[in-house]
Design a protein around this ligand. Structure first.
Ligand code: DX5
Ligand code: ZN
Length: 217
């Protein structure tokens, strides 16, 4: 079992203190930084957008992993590339032409991910899995940090792993929502490659230790 990629979600960080937060993340064993973009339509919450990401880009050279919880994300793909996003993930549920969206994300030089809501079956990815770099399995309903982990996620990870094995795909499996020290080893054992966590890391008394707890067990 290899060590997972850890992608802290800054959604639970103190937005008045992002510079010190990024200093901490730069010193940490975090591999990526997860940016949750919400539009108040696809999900019942609004987070932050491009000007914030553009400023944060100056504070870290770690991989910027943007999770778009927005309607019609295809409208903004070029903008996310311009401001320095490395991995761009769109929700399956927002897409009519997913193949076209994935193709554009990759063509302009980003890694392309597709996210599934808890109720969206993995089997729907059968004809796109070979084209994506990442599958994001939501283990809570998107919109908020601090929610309870949905146990059916293990089953979905296993199904995604099977789908990847049956295709030419090299997609990474990312899990997002309710990830903590207790479920991280089980998620990795089930096949998760990338763990996202917000509240577990940023509500921990020592976020550096929390990141280590997710990565090394
Ligand atoms: C939820 C976001 C998650 C969230 C995770 O819509 O996609 O990335 O920040 O928060 P925790 O780890 O607290 O569940
Ligand atoms: Zn997320």
């Amino acid at each position: 079992m290899s060590t997972p990629i850890i992608s802290p979600s800054i959604l639970s960080a103190d937005f008045a203190n992002l510079a010190p937060t990024f200093k901490m993340l730069n010193q940490s064993k975090a591999d990526w930084i997860h940016l949750d973009i919400m539009d108040g339509n696809f999900v019942p919450n609004i987070s932050f957008g491009m000007p914030v990401i553009k400023s944060l880009r100056k504070l870290s050279s770690k991989t910027f992993d943007a999770h778009l919880m927005i309607e019609q994300p295809e409208r903004y793909i070029h903008n996310f590339k311009t401001i320095g996003v490395d991995v761009l993930t769109v929700h399956y549920e927002t897409q009519i032409h997913l193949n076209r969206t994935i193709d554009l994300i990759k063509r302009i030089g980003m890694k392309a991910g597709v996210a599934l809501n808890p109720h969206t079956p993995v089997s729907l990815l059968k004809d796109i899995i070979q084209d994506v770099d990442l599958v994001l399995i939501m283990s809570v309903n998107p919109g908020f940090s601090g929610q309870k982990f949905i146990e059916n996620t293990y089953q979905k990870i296993a199904e995604t792993k099977n789908l990847i094995a049956q295709s030419q795909s090299k997609a990474l499996i990312q899990v997002d929502g309710g990830v903590n020290q207790e479920n991280a080893p089980k998620l990795v054992a089930a096949g998760a490659d990338v763990l996202v966590a917000a509240s577990y890391i940023f509500h921990h008394q020592d976020p550096l230790e929390a990141i280590n707890n997710l990565k090394y067990f």
